[in-house]
Design a protein around this ligand. Structure first.
Ligand code: UD1
Ligand code: CA
Length: 457
């Protein structure tokens, strides 16, 4: 067999009308990642970087979501059907010097590397192969028609299916993943027509065209494989998301992550959770989050792009995005950690504390009702209840620096830029606008006066 080279082609130009959303369907998210992310991930081990993507509807947003892939985007300005998408991409395909093209619908996020490998490996010698499934409900999938010898003769879209003409349905349908030999499929492309119920050019018509030419066509059967389902409606998206969720959670449990109440735990595909971590549901851990062994994530936490070191404890009900929680630190309940928040080793953040671009040094504490924005807090410092860093003057942001071992009394406003020195103290209720030097106490509040109280008789 001569050398084969497979380039993948993802069809992702459609609007996804049935989603009833202005957003391109392939940007709809499952577990926090766009649908297209999953297709790229599954293709990578099979074809490496040889992936072209046909985009059209909302192309700029798709480009922005996948900047690394965008130099291999082909624009299908008008979406005239899956066959038209292939026609539009053909020149770009030929330029990749591929011999074969693995075409996949962009709305197939559950697809596994195994399924793609099966198609790619078993059928390189044929002209056209495609994956078929036999789901419990054939829904709107294209019907696979076989002749009496069980050879594939056509794919007929549900809308166009005619019992008299095509015979009784078998339940076998097209999964929307094809392996095409470019040399033999090229000449058939221009023969696709749009004379059907949708008025679209169907890629699936290549099957009957190839059969008529006596080319080798094969339907690779995957049975009732949920992972090959396409997503067209909100209900299908939720079903797929749930299946993915279960896949990830079960894999982690098998690897030794202790997940309590796992039916209510959502962990994204990019999250890295180490064996020995303990997680309680309800919980969402999304994006590029990292949970180390022996980290403890309590119930009702929403976590995105955050990392948790060994031995840290995140109690219940926190909102954590882009933050770092170091070894032995404690967080919550009811805290909000925003991007750039760092809770240092053995430090503590308590209820109703918000941190943004702020670091709490080793063993430092902010236990109640505090805002720390653009702040650096030294080791062992104590931030009293109700402390606010006033970091924004309406135009610019400024930094607050608090030295090691400093003590900030309750209800203090620290007007940045400002520095409270090492082992310095700030009296409760102060509005600090000037630096407090190391070891000194700063108090900035009205003096108390006591006067006689007049009591009514
Ligand atoms: C398609 C198949 C059907 C199969 C099903 C599997 C056709 C005609 N039908 O139907 O046999 O059972 O997938 O899930 O192919 N797209 C473009 N440009 C277009 C039109 C669509 O890029 O002009 C993209 C869409 O973004 C989508 C994919 O192609 O990712 C499939 O299109 P869709 O409209 O969802 O096809 P189905 O009706 O699901
Ligand atoms: Ca579809």
């Amino acid at each position: 067999m001569p050398d084969t080279k497979i380039t993948a082609l993802i069809l992702a130009a459609g609007k996804g009308t049935r989603m009833r959303s202005p957003r391109a369907k392939v940007l709809q998210t499952l577990l926090g990642e766009p649908m297209l992310h999953y297709v790229y991930e599954a293709l990578a081990p099979v074809v490496g970087g040889d992936v072209l993507t046909v985009v059209g509807h909302d192309a700029d947003a798709v480009r922005a979501a996948f900047p690394d892939m965008a130099d291999r985007f082909v624009v299908q300005a008008e979406q005239l059907g899956t066959g038209h998408a292939l026609q539009v991409a053909w020149d770009a395909l030929i330029k990749t010097s591929a011999t074969h093209c693995l075409v996949i619908n962009g709305d197939t996020p559950l697809v596994t590397v195994d399924a793609l490998n099966r198609l790619a490996a078993a059928h390189r010698s044929g002209d056209l192969a495609f994956m078929t499934i036999t789901p419990r409900d054939a829904g709107a999938f294209g019907r696979v028609v076989r002749d009496p010898e069980r050879r594939v003769s056509a794919i007929v879209e549900a809308k166009d299916y005619d019992l008299n003409r095509h015979g009784p349905v078998t339940g076998e349908v097209n999964a929307g993943i094809y392996l095409l030999k470019l040399e033999t499929m090229g000449p058939l492309l221009s023969r696709l027509s749009n004379e059907n119920k949708s008025g679209e050019y169907y890629i699936t018509d290549l099957v009957s065209l190839a059969v008529a030419e006596g080319l080798s066509v094969e339907g690779v059967q995957a049975g009732d494989d949920l992972s090959l389902m396409g997503i067209n409606s909100p209900r299908e998206l939720i079903t797929a998301e749930n299946a993915l969720r279960r896949r990830i959670v079960e894999r982690l449990i098998d690897r030794g992550v202790l997940i309590h109440n796992p039916d209510t735990v959502v962990i994204g595909p990019r999250a890295d959770v180490e064996p020995g971590a303990e997680i309680f549901g309800n919980c969402e851990i999304l994006g590029a989050s990292r949970v180390a062994a022996e980290a403890h994530i309590g119930a009702y936490n929403h976590i995105v792009d955050a990392s948790f070191a060994p031995g840290c404890v995140v109690r219940e009900f926190n909102h954590i995005e882009g933050a770092v929680v170091e070894e032995g630190a404690q967080v919550g309940p009811y805290s909000r950690l925003r991007p750039g928040a760092v809770v240092g080793k053995n430090a503590r953040v308590g209820n109703f504390v918000e941190m943004k671009k702020a670091r709490l040094g080793e063993g430092a504490k902010a236990s109640h009702l505090t805002y720390l924005g653009d702040a650096e807090v030294g080791a062992g410092a104590n931030i009293g209840a109700g402390t606010i860093t006033c970091n924004y003057d309406g135009k610019n942001k400024f930094t607050t620096t608090i030295g090691e071992g400093a003590f900030i009394g309750s209800n203090t406003a620290l007007v940045a830029p400002v520095t409270v020195g090492r082992d310095a103290l700030v009296g409760a209720g102060s509005t600090i606008t000037k630096d407090v030097p190391d070891g000194q106490a700063g108090i900035a509040r009205g003096k108390q006066v006591n006067i006689r109280r007049r009591l009514k008789k």
